[in-house]
Design a protein around this ligand. Structure first.
Ligand SMILES: [Zn+2]
Length: 659
């Protein structure tokens, strides 16, 4: 796994502030004492984890902190220097901010041991525990456990951790099986299996076996109001949220409504009339069902729990139809806006990606444009900014010799981890091989006595343990392989003679932007887009990708005139307008992007020139002329009236490179 600390800057390993101060002081208080005594100390970091359910029970962070503090006091010269915790993170998830920050911190050097209260704080499964231990070892520290000594590195330590990890996983499976079968039993009996009640309901007999749902009168009123607002139509989700807020209605947790939390509510069980316990159609989110490797639900079949009605059936049907129309899927996923948060307008707020549905344009908008008093920052066409940033970075990278280009630590980390882990897998294989060898020696002994039989049993169980550990080690190895080869591809792109970062995947580009600290500023705060309707000829050039031809030579002009004379009757040429001058004016305007009213006099009356251009475009004559001219020379791109303001792009690289 890669770690890079908290992307927002300072690592925040701490949970709620209330826990932070006290425990931090309690835990690290020993340091000052040791320092004052002048003892040579070994730096130790504590890692604590508490899941949401444990948090509610007695087994919280304070218990772990207390145990760790007591343990450290018993050790000579140990000194707690840091303490990291993950709150509400489950033992099986891969992403734990506290752990990530801890790893980043250890890799800076200093910390030699990571102390946990019990081994299950690292993870609830064998795979998770091993992975965690290896990650900590790979950055240079060793895991120690308050309740069980793990021993010095070597065979004993492998076997001890294997035994403890197995029992942690067995415990975990027992707990899961017990709570899951209890919930299943409740659900099939029409009770509420646990978890928060759907909006509009409350739990009667909470905590007891027979708990069921009943209508919550206050919330039911909001449900009816929501159904009216959605079915009546004419409002967006944000509009409905604003309506609720303006009526002084808050969410269940007392927060104002937003488009997002409202959408979650509207998709909930309340507006379907029934709740499904163990959904098989979802693999994430509340009430989902975990499927086993055979594709069957792991803990029991789905159970439909009918809800006491708040809305009549026909209202539920119309509601669902109206909701579907209201929440059409996003045309462009947000993840495709690579520069979200990296662009800044003059008001100082970050720009975020925004899809303009009226013309299908991807844009970046200042996050302040939607505020009560709009900040007035201009939007930016996304393609344009992304292109500009990419070419800026490409040029910047190309200006640095390939071997001294800043290869982000990010990109080499997986490779280092891979090499270290490969070494570990090899030493495990050696241990397993030696074990097998010794077994073979014992097996061929002719004299089989009790001592030999006991030794063989011992070796066989060790062999099994090594096989188990090796399986986890190889799983992780292949993951590291994948990461590392991905990184190798990225590195190849970045090291190319002419780097083209647009050939990286979106997520890789985003990572690059973040690691080189790309920042885009809008230089001119007074820039405004041109108003009025967009010129059709400009649009035609944009759509076709046709460039604006160079001014025609005399011979080219005579061919154009010939073409015009075949197409138009004589009165077309009787106007006081000099057609050749007018044509040069049209080209000039397309190239320079000026307004018609600013067209220099030498080209003729702007209104007449514009009128002629429109006629030619509508009759297809413009296309013919442009094709004719472009056959014989290079044109210039049309200057779009959507062209944005001047941008200043800066990166963390500039300083080092240009110095
Ligand atoms: Zn702004």
């Amino acid at each position: 796994m890669l770690y890079m600390g908290d992307p927002s800057g300072a690592p925040t390993p701490w949970g709620p502030a209330s826990l932070r101060g006290t425990d931090m002081q309690q835990v690290t208080a020993t340091r000052a004492d040791d320092k004052s005594r002048g003892v040579q100390t070994v730096d130790v970091a504590a890692y604590m984890r508490v899941s949401t359910t444990e948090q509610r029970g007695k087994y919280g962070i304070p218990v772990q902190a207390q145990a760790i503090r007591a343990f450290v006091e018993q050790q000579d010269a140990w000194c707690l220097v840091q303490s990291w915790e993950d709150i509400g993170e489950s033992g099986s998830t891969h992403f734990r901010p506290g752990l990530e920050a801890l790893l980043a911190d250890i890799s800076l050097g200093g910390v030699k041991h990571v102390l946990v209260h019990r081994l299950d704080r690292l993870g609830r499964t064998e795979a998770a525990i091993w992975r965690c231990i290896w990650q900590i070892e790979d950055v240079g520290a060793q895991v120690e456990c308050c309740t069980e000594p793990l021993g010095e590195p070597g065979v004993e330590r492998w076997l001890t951790v294997d035994r403890l990890a197995q029992s942690v996983e067995a415990d975990y499976r027992r707990i899961v099986a017990r709570t899951q079968s209890g919930r299943q039993l409740k659900a099939v009996n029409g009770g509420w299996p646990g978890g928060p009640a759907p909006y509009g309901y409350r739990i009667r007999g909470k905590g007891t076996f027979g708990s069921t749902l009943e209508v919550d009168p206050a919330e039911a009123g909001v449900v009816k109001l929501l159904a009216d607002l959605v079915i009546d139509g004419g409002r967006t989700l944000v509009g409905i949220a604003k309506e609720l807020n303006s009526r002084g209605i808050l969410t269940r947790s007392g927060k104002p409504w937003t488009g997002t939390n409202l959408h979650r509510r509207l998709r909930g069980a309340t507006f379907l009339g029934e709740a499904v316990f163990r959904r098989t159609d979802r693999q994430w989110g509340g009430h989902r069902t975990r499927l086993g490797s055979d594709g069957r639900p792991l803990h029991g079949e789905s159970v439909v729990i009918p809800l006491p009605p708040i809305l009549p059936a026909h209202r539920i049907r119309s509601f669902q139809e109206a909701l579907a129309a209201l929440t059409r899927p996003r045309k462009n996923p947000i993840g495709e806006y690579l520069l979200s948060g990296l662009i800044h307008g003059h008001c100082g707020r970050p720009y975020i990606g925004c899809f303009r549905s009226k013309d299908g344009l991807r844009t970046y908008r200042c996050s302040g444009w939607n505020a009560d008093v709009s900040c007035g920052c201009v939007f930016l066409p996304a393609d344009l900014v992304e292109e500009e940033v990419a070419s800026h970075l490409n040029a910047l990278l190309a200006s640095i010799p390939p071997n001294s280009r800043p290869m982000m630590p990010l990109f080499s980390l997986a490779h280092t981890q891979l090499i270290q882990h490969l070494e570990r897998v090899r030493s495990l294989e050696r241990l397993a091989a030696r074990c097998a060898e010794e077994l073979d020696t014992l097996r061929v002994k002719t004299q089989q006595d009790r001592v030999i039989a006991a030794a063989m049993r011992q070796l066989e169980s060790e062999q099994k343990a090594f096989d188990r550990i090796l399986a986890y080690a190889r799983d992780w190895l292949s993951e590291l392989h994948n990461l590392s080869s991905k990184d190798a591809r990225t590195t190849a792109v970045l090291e190319a003679a002419a780097p083209d970062i647009r050939s990286l995947s979106s997520s890789e580009q985003r990572r690059l932007f973040e690691s080189v600290k790309v920042r885009v500023d809008i230089v001119d705060p007074t820039f405004r887009y041109r108003e009025g309707t967009r010129c059709w000829t400009t649009r035609w050039h944009q759509r076709k990708g046709t460039s604006v031809p160079a001014d025609p030579t005399d011979s080219q002009w005579s061919r154009i005139e010939e073409l015009l004379r075949c197409r138009y009757p004589a009165h077309h040429f009787r106007s006081p307008l000099d057609l050749r001058a007018a044509f040069l004016g049209m080209l000039h305007r397309l190239r320079s992007g000026i307004l018609w009213r600013d067209l220099p006099e030498c080209f003729g009356d702007p209104e007449k020139v514009r009128c002629r251009q429109r006629t030619w475009l509508a009759d297809g004559v413009w296309a013919e002329i442009v094709t004719l001219l472009n056959e014989e020379g290079e044109g210039t791109p049309v200057l779009s009236d959507e062209a944005g303001p001047a941008l200043a792009i800066s990166t963390g690289l500039d300083v080092e490179v240009l110095r």
